[in-house]
Every structure is written in structure tokens, then in C-alpha cells.
Design a protein around this ligand. Structure first.
Ligand SMILES: NC(=O)c1ccc[n+]([C@@H]2O[C@H](COP(=O)([O-])OP(=O)(O)OC[C@H]3O[C@@H](n4cnc5c(N)ncnc54)[C@H](O)[C@@H]3O)[C@@H](O)[C@H]2O)c1
Length: 407
């Protein structure tokens, strides 16, 4: 295992792991924040060191390194991977580069944290999973960045389901709603191009609700019937973009080659029925990752726009005392919450990445396989492929096995 041991000034020893991050915009900033702060709030067996970042423009990468707290800069991710002071490679680039970077890093013996969706195609995700399995045999770990698992309310929902508080599970109702591309003049950023992003709202935000539904219930999606739509088919070419913002002065336009919205129904293991809606055209909804689960003994409901709350209906109290009650998920015995502030002093989006870094570092130090693994990322990728295939074939019922057989 790649852990450096340094003698501390007080005689105690602190083990460190050097992180090398590729991409420094939206996710790069969020991940930098996490690597910088995780050891200050969680008592970890290893401490991350912000060793180096890679970008394509030297000047911009240097500016990002200075503002985000990274020690060194590379202008080619291959050089980052080969650095002796880098033991973890953190991939924060668009999906078209995930497979190449992840496989090269794993083969170089570096642990890999890869942003979602794990890849742009099932074929890439298969190759990444095989590389991860070969690497795991050598003690090299890999994980996909489905950060919403690390919202305390979501992790607590999973715990309640696992404890049987919902009884027999019947329904999942999941939505991920945003509105940042409603304006037809919003430029053609990489997220609207199939060769860069793989798919549109489906892979970008639909992947999160697929993972969240499977994570909370512990059940896999087995088949789907889907519709997708691209409402705005041409957009001005982008000049600058980072995350969900962009500028354009261009008169020229280009074709949007991904979905603006994807809706699908599905079956999950254990006889559950599920519905999913992913759209970036839901005016007024900013980052509404919503999920409701109904079981024979109760229901749970969550909306990321109020991320410190989980709503729980205990059906054993049905009747006069029935109804959803609001749990503020900030108590010390709620997942992750005890490391932060007194009860009621809520957490935000950034904390999910700090929790992700904590879990990944612990898995590396303890020699265990972190979750979501690349195999779990591949399973999500197969559901995305099944949705695309179903939508292209008039909503034909499509199973994950169909995708596996034709991959
Ligand atoms: N987990 C989440 O909540 C979440 C949120 C947003 C984005 N994401 C994912 O994170 C990834 C990055 O998205 P983003 O919003 O940060 O994108 P972004 O456009 O803000 O940043 C992308 C970065 O990658 C760099 N880059 C692109 N190609 C590169 C290459 N070949 N070599 C080196 N650098 C390269 C760009 O210069 C930029 O710094 C995507 O996979 C996206 O789906 C996850």
C-alpha cells in the first residue's frame, strides 16, 4: 500500500497520502475543499496532502493551484500520474477522459477517485472495472464520486431501510430537477455534447438518482421503459465554461446532441416499482434531488434543496398520529454529522465531498474496498444504456441483461 510515514514534530507519526487532481473547475474546487479540510474534522488514519493538479493551460492551472492550495502543477495528466509524490489520482474532468486517465492511473499503482458518471459508455466502464479489479488485487483502491450517498439524511435513510423500519419495500419515486439550460441562448457547453458527456440530463443527474435509489434500498434496477427529449436543438457555441455557467459571444450555433430530459419507469429487485425523472428544464428547481420510498411499514422522503431534513412516516402509528414528520439530520449519532457542528447547525453541498474523501481515505488505510466501487459505477452505466436504448426504440421494455448481452 502506498502510504508515506512522516515523523511529526511531537514524536507522533502522521501517515500521508499525496493527491493529484485532474481538472480544477467546478468539481476541482469542490474536491480541493474536501481534501484541504477533511483531516481537520475527521480523525483519520492518513492525512491527504494536496500534491499537484493537472490542467491543459499552464497559466490557468498555476492560478488554480495558488487559489485552491495545491503545491505543484502539471500540464499533462500523464505527468501527474507518474509523480512520486502522488498516490491518489482524483479525476474531475468531463466523462470523455475518465476511462483513459483512470486505467492509466490504476496501472501505475495509484488509487483512483473518479467523478460520475463513471464513463461515457458501457464498454469504457467495463474496461475501467477490469482495471480496478486487477489493481485491487495489488491493494490499489478505486471509487466513483456519487457524493449524494454522503448526505447525512441519505445515509440515514439507508440505515432506516436496512433496520426494516419501512417493512416490505414497494415504491421508489425519484427526481433530479434543475433549470440552468432553460434559456435557448445558453451556450453549447460540453454537457450538451454526446462525445464529451456521453448523455445529457440522463448521465449528468439521472445517474445520481439511479445510484441514490439503489443505495438507499439496497436493491438494483433490473429493467426500464424510457422517454427522452431535447427541447432546444441548436445553441450558440460556448467561449468559456465552468460547471453550470458559460459565456458566448458567438453568432455560430451548434447541435445539441444529448437529451434535455429523461423519464423512465423501472423494476427493482424484490418486486419494487420505480419512477425516475431527470431534467435540466424544470424552471424554478435548482438542484432538487428528490426521492420518496414507500414500504409496508412506512415511507421516507428527501429533497436535496432541504438537505438537512428527512421526512419519515411511521405507518405503525397510522391513524390519529400518522403522517410524515421532519427529522433534522444533524444529531451526533446521524451519519457523519457528529464530526461537525452542534445539532441544528446544518451542513451544505460541500460537506458531501468531505465525507467522500473521508470514506475513501479510510478504505485505503484499512485495506478495504470503498463503495461505490467501479463495479457499482458500471451497473449504473448499464442502467443509463438501457434507458437510452429503450427511448430509442419507442420505450420498449429493456433489461440490464439486454444491455449486458449486447454490450
Ligand atoms: N458529484 C457531483 O455532484 C458533480 C457535480 C458536477 C460535476 N460532476 C462531474 O464532474 C466531472 C467534471 O465536471 P465539472 O462540472 O467540474 O466540469 P467543469 O467544466 O467545471 O471542469 C472540467 C475541468 O476539466 C478540465 N479538463 C477537461 N479535459 C481535460 C483534459 N483532457 N486534461 C486535463 N483537464 C481537462 C477543464 O479544463 C476543467 O478544469 C464530470 O464528470 C461531471 O459529471 C459531478
Amino acid at each position: 500500500m502506498h502510504v508515506t510515514t512522516n515523523s511529526g514534530t511531537g514524536g507522533s507519526e502522521t501517515r500521508t497520502l499525496g493527491v493529484g487532481m485532474v481538472g480544477y473547475a467546478f468539481m476541482g474546487r469542490a474536491h480541493s475543499h474536501a481534501w484541504r479540510n477533511v483531516s481537520a474534522f475527521f480523525d483519520l488514519p492518513v492525512r491527504p496532502v494536496l500534491a499537484a493538479i493537472a490542467g491543459r493551460s499552464k497559466e490557468r492551472t498555476e492560478a488554480a493551484a495558488a487559489s485552491l492550495g495545491w503545491a505543484a502543477v502539471e500540464t499533462d495528466w500523464r505527468d501527474l500520474i507518474n509523480r512520486d509524490d502522488v498516490q491518489i489520482v482524483d479525476i474531475c474532468t468531463p466523462g470523455d477522459s475518465h476511462a483513459e486517465i483512470a486505467i492509466a492511473a490504476l496501472e501505475a499503482g495509484k488509487h483512483v477517485l473518479c467523478e460520475k458518471p463513471m464513463a461515457n459508455t458501457v464498454e469504457e466502464a467495463v474496461a475501467m472495472t477490469e482495471a480496478a479489479e486487477r489493481a485491487a488485487a495489488r491493494g490499489v483502491r478505486s471509487m466513483v464520486g456519487f457524493n449524494y450517498r454522503r448526505v447525512p439524511a441519505v445515509a440515514f435513510a439507508r440505515r432506516l431501510v436496512a433496520e426494516g423500519r419501512l417493512g416490505e419495500l414497494r415504491h421508489v419515486r425519484a427526481q433530479y430537477l434543475q433549470d440552468w439550460i432553460v434559456d435557448p441562448e445558453f451556450p453549447l457547453v460540453w454537457r450538451l455534447q454526446k462525445d464529451k458527456a456521453g448523455s445529457g440530463a440522463l448521465g449528468d443527474i439521472g445517474a445520481h438518482i439511479i445510484d441514490t435509489a439503489q443505495f438507499i434500498t439496497g436493491r438494483l434496477i433490473t429493467g426500464v421503459s424510457a422517454i427522452t427529449e431535447t427541447f432546444v436543438k441548436e445553441r450558440p457555441l460556448a467561449e468559456e465554461s465552468a460547471g453550470l455557467s458559460a459565456s458566448s459571444g458567438a453568432a455560430a450555433t451548434g447541435e445539441v446532441t444529448v437529451d434535455d430530459a429523461a423519464l423512465f419507469i423501472g423494476r427493482m429487485e424484490g418486486g419494487m416499482l420505480a419512477s425516475f425523472e431527470a431534467t435540466r428544464m424544470a424552471t424554478g428547481r435548482k438542484n432538487a434531488l428528490r426521492i420518496e420510498i414507500n414500504g409496508s411499514l412506512g415511507s421516507l422522503a428527501f429533497d436535496f434543496e432541504a438537505m438537512n431534513e428527512l421526512w419519515f412516516h411511521d405507518h405503525t402509528l397510522a391513524g390519529a398520529e400518522g403522517g410524515f414528520r421532519r427529522i433534522i439530520v444533524t444529531e451526533p449519532d446521524h451519519p457523519y454529522a457528529g464530526a461537525w457542528w452542534p445539532p441544528g447547525h446544518g451542513l451544505g453541498y460541500d460537506h458531501t465531498f468531505t465525507h467522500e474523501a473521508k470514506d475513501f481515505l479510510e478504505a485505503i488505510a484499512n485495506g478495504t474496498d470503498p463503495s461505490p466501487s467501479f463495479a457499482e459505477g458500471l451497473r449504473v452505466q448499464k442502467v443509463l444504456a438501457a434507458v437510452e436504448r429503450s427511448a430509442a426504440e419507442g420505450s420498449r421494455w429493456t433489461t440490464v441483461e439486454d444491455v449486458e448481452e449486447n454490450a
